[in-house]
Design a protein around this ligand. Structure first.
Ligand code: C2E
Ligand code: MG
Ligand code: MG
Length: 690
C-alpha cells in the first residue's frame, strides 16, 4: 500500500488529524499485537522453531518485506510487500500469533535496513497486525482456529472462508493506509481509495490467492516452499516494469518531477475534489536569471541547477501539492486546496525565498530568482487550460514589473474574452480535426522545378468560417496550445511526406514552428520517432523558424537546434528582413535557407529603387553558401527580376496558392514528372546533402 509519509520522514505535527490517526492505529495495532502474543504458548513456539519450516517462512517474510511490488495509477503510486503471501500462509497454518510476530519482525528489520522513521515502522506494524486480526476474526466465524499445536491445512471446501478472510485483510489495509494518505495529502479518502484500490487489489489477489497453496505445499514438503519465490519475482518484475513505464510517461526525465500530462491529471482531480470554501491554486514559475547561468557555465551546470531548483521547490510545499516541470526553466505548482489569495501569495513567497538562497556549483555562487504567476480556481478560471493561461498572464506581469509574485488580474489581461473564446475553440478544433494542412510549392526561379512545399495551417471554424493563421497562430503562441498545435502539424506533415516520398514525389515539406516549440526536447523527439516510423530520410522535413526566434533568446533554443542538426533536419530562416538581425549574424546560425519576407518582394514590384535591398540580401545569402527563397511572388515581372538577381527559389501566387493535399498531389505529379530533370536535379541534391 502507499506509504503515508513517503515524501518526508519527519513525523506529523502533534495534535494534527494525521497525527491522531497514526497514533490511534499504532495504539490499537500494538494492543492487538500484545494480546496475540499473550495467547502464544512459548513452548509451542520453541517447538515450531526447531523445525526448518518456521525458519524458511521467517526468511521469506523478512526478504519479502525488503522491496515492495510497485503498482501505479496516474495519481498514486503505492507498494505492496510480497511478504503478504507468506504471512497470510502462516496465519492460515499456524494462526494469528505466529503470523503477527513474523510480520512485526519483518517490518522492523525492513525499517532498520531502509532507515525509516520510527513512526512509519510502527504504523506499518500496527496496520498489518490489524489486517491479520480482521482475517482471523473471519476465519473464526467459520470455526477455523489454527495454532502451532494444531496447524490448519485448507481444503477445497474452505475456499469461501479463505476468500472472505482475504477480503477482510485487504479491506483493513486499504482503509487504514488510504486514510493516512488522505489525511497526509489533504484529499478525500474516497478519491484516494478510487485511485489506489484498483491496481492494488490485483496484486493482493495474486499474493493472497497463492497463500493457501503455500500452506498445502508446506504441509506436504517444506523444502518446496522457496519455489514460490519464482511466481513472486514474476509479479514483482511485471509490476515494476509497468510502473516504470507509467512513471516515464508522466515525469520529466531531468528532474524526475511530474510533467505537464501528470499536472493535467492532478489538476483535474483537484478541481473535481475541491470544496466550496477553498480554492485550487495553480502557479507558473519561471526562473529569472537561468539564461545567464546556462550561457556562462554551459548546459551540464544548467541541468544541475534545474535539478536543484526542483529539489528546493518540492521541499517548500506541503504534501499533496504538486510541483511539475513544464519545460525549459518553467515550473508549475499545484495547490489542491488553499484558503484564499493571501495564503496563495504566502506560498509563492516561500517558494521564491527557497530559490533565492544562493547556490554553490563548480566553485561558483549563483543567485537565482523566479517570477511566479498565480491563478485560482474558481475565481479566475474554470479549467486547467485556462488556469494555466491565466497563471501565464500573471507570471508575465510579475516579470515585467519585477514584482516577483503576481495574482491574476482580469483588468490587466490583454486577452479579451473573444480572444479567449477563440482560443477555446482552437483547442477543440485540434481535437475535432477542423485544422488541415495546405501545401504551397517552392520553385526554382530559373526553370520552374519544384524544390519543396511549405505546409500552411488552415482552420475552418464551424461557425465563423475560415480563420487566417495570422489570427490564430499568434493567439496560440501565447498559450500552451502552441506545442499541441505544432505536434499536430508535424504529425500531419510526416504522414503526407510518407505518402509522397513513397510514391516517388520526393519533395521536402517545410513546417513552420514557433518559439515555444524550441523549448525542451519534445520537437526533436517527435521528429526522430516520426522519421523512423515512416522510414523517411531527414531531408523529407524542413523547419521554418522566424528570424526573431532564432536571433532572440539563444540559450533557450540552443539545445533543441543542436538536436535538430544532429538529426540532419535543415532549418530555414523565415520572414527574413522583418527582424533586427544583422546580416553578419546569419553566418553563425545553423540555417541552410533564407526566406526573404514578402514585404521586400512586394516593394520590387512597386519601385525600381528597392531592388537594392533584396539584391544585397540575395548576394550575401549566396556568399554564405545558403539558398535564398523569395516569398510572395505574385507576378512574372517580379519573378524575372528576382531570377536576374540570382535568387534561387520563389514561392507565391504566381506559381500556386497553398492547396489541400489532394490538389497538391496532382500539382506535384504534373510538375515533378513533367519537368525533365526536376526529379534528377532534386535527387542529386539529396544525395549530396545526405
Ligand atoms: P509564412 O510562413 O511566412 O507563410 C507564408 C505566407 O504567405 C502564407 O500565409 C501564405 O499563404 C502567404 N502567401 C503565399 N504566397 C503569397 C503571395 O503570392 N502573396 C501573398 N500576399 N501572400 C502569399 P498564411 O498561410 O496565411 O500564413 C501566415 C503565417 O502563419 C505564416 O507565414 C506562418 O508564420 C504562420 N503559420 C502558418 N501555418 C503555420 C503552422 O503550421 N505553424 C506555425 N507555427 N505557423 C504557421
Ligand atoms: Mg513559413
Ligand atoms: Mg514567411
Amino acid at each position: 500500500m502507499t506509504d503515508p509519509s513517503d515524501t518526508r520522514d519527519t513525523g506529523p505535527r502533534v495534535g494534527t488529524p494525521l497525527w491522531a490517526f497514526l497514533a490511534g492505529v499504532i495504539a490499537i495495532g500494538c494492543t492487538a499485537l500484545v494480546v496475540a502474543m499473550l495467547r502464544l504458548d512459548l513452548a509451542d513456539l520453541l517447538e515450531l522453531a526447531r523445525g526448518p519450516l518456521f525458519w524458511v517462512l521467517a526468511v521469506l517474510v523478512i526478504l519479502g518485506e525488503l522491496r515492495p511490488v510497485m503498482v501505479s495509477s496516474a495519481s498514486a503510486v503505492g507498494g505492496t510487500y510480497p511478504s503478504t503471501m507468506f504471512t497470510f500462509a502462516v496465519l492460515l497454518h499456524f494462526g494469528l500469533p505466529v503470523a503477527v510476530l513474523m510480520q512485526a519482525v519483518g517490518v522492523a528489520m525492513n525499517g532498520v535496513v531502509t532507515r525509516r522513521a520510527w513512526h512509519r515502522v510502527m504504523f506499518n506494524i500496527g496496520q498489518s497486525t490489524l489486517a491479520l486480526t480482521a482475517a482471523t476474526v473471519v476465519l473464526g466465524l467459520f470455526g477455523i482456529v489454527p495454532s502451532p499445536a494444531e496447524p490448519w491445512v485448507p481444503k477445497g471446501s474452505d475456499l469461501l472462508a479463505i476468500a472472505l478472510a482475504g477480503v477482510a485483510y485487504f479491506a483493513t489495509r486499504a482503509a487504514l493506509v488510504c486514510g493516512a494518505v488522505a489525511l497526509h495529502e489533504r484529499r478525500s479518502i474516497v478519491r484516494v481509495l478510487k485511485a489506489t484500490v484498483g491496481p492494488q487489489s490485483l496484486v493482493y489477489t495474486a499474493l493472497l490467492g497463492l497463500a493457501p497453496v503455500v500452506v498445502v505445499v508446506m504441509n506436504h514438503s517444506p523444502g518446496l516452499v522457496p519455489l514460490f519465490v519464482a511466481p513472486l519475482l514474476a509479479v514483482y518484475f511485471t509490476a515494476t516494469l509497468s510502473m516504470r513505464r507509467d512513471h516515464q510517461a508522466l515525469h520529466d526525465e531531468l528532474t524526475g518531477l511530474p510533467n505537464r500530462k501528470m499536472l493535467i491529471v492532478s489538476t483535474e482531480e483537484a478541481l473535481a475534489e475541491s470544496r466550496h470554501d477553498e480554492r485550487v491554486g495553480l502557479f507558473l514559475l519561471d526562473l529569472d536569471r537561468f539564461k545567464e547561468v546556462n550561457d556562462t557555465m554551459g548546459h551540464p551546470v544548467g541541468d544541475r541547477l534545474l535539478q536543484m531548483v526542483a529539489h528546493r521547490l518540492t521541499h517548500s510545499v506541503r504534501p499533496g501539492d504538486v510541483v511539475a516541470r513544464l519545460g525549459g526553466d518553467e515550473f508549475a505548482v499545484l495547490l489542491p486546496s488553499i484558503r484564499d489569495a493571501h495564503a496563495a501569495r504566502e506560498v509563492a513567497a516561500r517558494l521564491r525565498a527557497a530559490l533565492t538562497e544562493p547556490v554553490r556549483l563548480e566553485g561558483m555562487t549563483f543567485d537565482l530568482d523566479a517570477s511566479v504567476g498565480i491563478a485560482l480556481y474558481p475565481d479566475h478560471a474554470p479549467d486547467f487550460e485556462l488556469l494555466l493561461q491565466r497563471a501565464d498572464v500573471a507570471m508575465y506581469l510579475a516579470k515585467e514589473g519585477r514584482t516577483g509574485v503576481e495574482l491574476y488580474q482580469p483588468d490587466k489581461d490583454r486577452n479579451s474574452p473573444e480572444r479567449l473564446n477563440l482560443l477555446g475553440d482552437l483547442r477543440r478544433a485540434v481535437d475535432n480535426g477542423e485544422l488541415k494542412l495546405h501545401y504551397q510549392p517552392k520553385v526554382a526561379l530559373t526553370n520552374g522545378t519544384v524544390h519543396g512545399v511549405e505546409a500552411l495551417l488552415r482552420w475552418r471554424h464551424p461557425v465563423l468560417g475560415p480563420i487566417a493563421p495570422s489570427e490564430f497562430i499568434p493567439l496560440a503562441e501565447q498559450s500552451y496550445l502552441m506545442r499541441q498545435l505544432t505536434e499536430y502539424v508535424i504529425e500531419a506533415a510526416l504522414g503526407q511526406a510518407d505518402r509522397w516520398w513513397h510514391a516517388g514525389l520526393r519533395v521536402p515539406i517545410s513546417v513552420n514552428i514557433s518559439a515555444r516549440d524550441l523549448l525542451g526536447s519534445a520537437l526533436p523527439e517527435q521528429l526522430e520517432a516520426g522519421l523512423t516510423k515512416f522510414g523517411l530520410p531527414p531531408e523529407a522535413i524542413q523547419l521554418e523558424v522566424t528570424e526573431r526566434i532564432l536571433m532572440g533568446d539563444q540559450a533557450y533554443t540552443h539545445e533543441t537546434i543542436k538536436a535538430l542538426a544532429a538529426l540532419g533536419i535543415s532549418l530555414a530562416l523565415d520572414d527574413f528582413g522583418t527582424g533586427y538581425s544583422s546580416l553578419i549574424r546569419l553566418q553563425r546560425l545553423a540555417v541552410s535557407e533564407v526566406k526573404i519576407d514578402s514585404s521586400f518582394v512586394r516593394r520590387i514590384a512597386e519601385s525600381q529603387d528597392d531592388d537594392r535591398i533584396v539584391r544585397s540580401i540575395v548576394d550575401l545569402v549566396r556568399s554564405l553558401g545558403l539558398r535564398s527563397v523569395a516569398e510572395g511572388v505574385e507576378s512574372d515581372e517580379v519573378a524575372m527580376r528576382l531570377a536576374d538577381m540570382g535568387c534561387d527559389l520563389g514561392q507565391g501566387w504566381l506559381f500556386c496558392e497553398a492547396m489541400p493535399s489532394a490538389d497538391a498531389t496532382v500539382w506535384l505529379r504534373e510538375h515533378f514528372d513533367a519537368t525533365p530533370g526536376a526529379g534528377v536535379n532534386y535527387r542529386t541534391e539529396v544525395t549530396q546533402t545526405a
